[in-house]
Design a binder for this molecule. Structure first.
Ligand code: FRU
Length: 487
């Protein structure tokens, strides 16, 4: 189906019940629905928003267009959880229902303030010539989930010298005040992150451009997030149109990060910044949102999907999902991303493999966690979502003696995004390898060496291809855990 602009911006309630019923039906009968990841009930999901802890629960929102698998007029869908595993759907929390957000409630963050949760987001507005206007808006979510939108913007226009490609505010407490980090574009079409400060969360003063690199960050920066781990500052963001000589990537747009010694507000700078790095070495991670949780952890969750790319589930009326929740830690200037410890609770039965060099195992379901320890430096090949003979599947090949890993999704089920290639090659440590892999129907998340690298891939396999094959030059110990379904 081709989606016209008027269709994409039609009010959700103006769609006929027959259309919606049919959509629900199509999604219900879709292959590839996930078992323990956040996915849309219908339509499209993109960025995670407002990830926070409030009212004794984890709060999570995401960009939603519930009417179809395309980027139509966006709302914030709302989920809550007490364990980061079982998410309860609370409906659409923020909808495009006022002049400041008429063409979409875009991405943003959440911060508990007294007994309310402050939601900070971008209102996207199109004028009669389809010109874009961006407003940075606020709303309070109460404990009963009622919403009270502020009647005036937090920030009513981009700073001088910047275009209306200005969005995705993150508000965090910083020292004795509040800091707002936001993505933008200069009139010369350069991508920037900017910051503002406030004492009362209402009046915001521009600090200017956030300095963290000398290099050009392409034509736009989306979804910047500042988080802290072990007193180091971590900036996560999505540069669009970044020159590949600055940092190599294969995806249409990358999700990147820099680590700095600290964030210095006076100079608006991330001091002693590292080189730019890809946050994920796989195919589909974008718009990761991270926050410092009250329990002391820095937690992150990503959109698994990319802008401007079609996926096989589009034909089934839905698109994309969120990643696992990942705990971020910086040790000796290295970022580690590990699945939140809560996921251990999903484990049901387990199968162990000890001191062997190859595995040929039918997992019987496509919902499991596989942990493999390669005892020595070695070459090897892991094939997932495979047939009995290992002829098809997602392959992870590696050579730890030269420190290389390649993920290849060219021969698993239905292929897509061919213009961006089917392989991702990246560096890993030259030491005995540990792999922790989560497989969930149409999503594979590979954590390498305690999360020194993470590689995420959507894949759309045939239903009965649940074989796991492992071949290695050295001995391995492995465990495959079946995982409980949460959806
Ligand atoms: C990133 C993004 C954000 C924007 C949102 C709109 O994927 O483009 O910059 O706020 O999606 O859905």
């Amino acid at each position: 189906k081709e989606w016209t602009t008027p269709e994409r911006y039609r009010h959700y309630n103006d769609w006929e019940t027959e259309y919606i019923d049919e959509l629900v039906d199509t999604v219900t009968n879709s292959p590839w629905r996930l078992g323990f990841h956040v996915q849309p009930k219908t339509g499209l999901l993109n960025d995670p928003n407002g990830f926070s802890y409030f009212n004794g629960k984890w709060q999570l929102f995401y960009q939603a267009y519930p009417i179809g698998p395309v980027h139509g007029v966006k709302s914030w869908a709302h989920l809550t959880s007490t364990n980061l595993l079982d998410w309860e759907y609370q409906g659409l929390a923020l909808q495009p229902d006022m002049a400041f957000d008429s063409h979409g409630v875009y991405s943003g963050s959440a911060l508990p303030v007294n007994d309310k949760l402050l939601l900070a987001y971008t209102g996207n507005v199109r004028d009669e010539n389809w010109g874009r206007h961006s407003y940075q808006l606020g709303a309070y979510l109460s404990k009963d989930n009622s919403i009270e939108k502020f009647d005036r913007p937090l920030i009513s226009e981009p700073p001088k010298g910047y275009t209306h490609e200005f969005r995705d505010p993150q508000i965090i407490p910083f020292h004795d005040e509040y800091l707002l980090v936001i993505g933008g574009q200069t009139k010369d079409k350069e991508g920037k992150a900017l910051t503002y400060s406030s004492h009362d969360l209402k009046h915001w003063t521009l600090n200017g451009e956030l300095h963290f690199t000398e290099k050009s960050m392409g034509f736009m920066v989306e979804c910047p997030n500042l988080v802290f781990s072990n007193d180091k500052a971590l900036l996560i963001f999505c540069p669009q149109g970044l020159d590949k000589s600055v940092c190599h990537y294969d995806n249409i747009y990358p999700n990147m990060y820099v680590i700095g010694d600290e964030y210095n507000l006076e100079n608006n700078v991330i001091t002693n910044p590292s080189a730019l790095k890809n946050l994920d070495e796989g195919f589909d991670v974008y718009a990761t949102q991270a926050f410092n949780a009250p329990d002391g952890r820095a937690l992150a969750i990503s959109w698994v999907g990319l802008p401007e790319i079609e996926y096989p589930t589009d034909d089934f009326g839905w698109a994309h999902c969120l990643s696992l929740v990942k705990e971020l830690t910086i040790r000796e200037n290295v970022l580690y991303q590990q699945p939140a410890q809560e996921y251990k609770e999903l484990r049901t039965t387990q199968t162990d493999f000890t001191e062997i060099k190859s595995i040929n195992y039918e997992a019987k379901s496509a919902r499991y966690e596989l942990v493999i320890d390669f005892n020595e430096s070695t070459k090897g090949l892991v094939t997932l979502m495979s047939d009995k003979d290992g002829a098809t599947g997602l392959t992870i090949s590696f050579d730890t003696t030269c420190g290389k890993m390649i993920i290849d999704r060219s021969s698993v089920g239905e292929s897509f995004a061919s213009e961006y290639g089917f392989k991702r090659e990246f560096s890993i440590s030259k030491k005995p390898l540990t792999l922790q892999v989560f497989v969930d129907e149409s999503l594979v998340e590979v954590f390498v060496n305690d999360g020194e690298q993470v590689a995420t891939a959507r894949v759309f396999p045939k239903a009965d291809n649940t074989y796991i094959h492992v071949d290695s030059d050295s001995q391995i110990d492995a465990t495959c855990y079946n995982l409980r379904q949460t959806n």
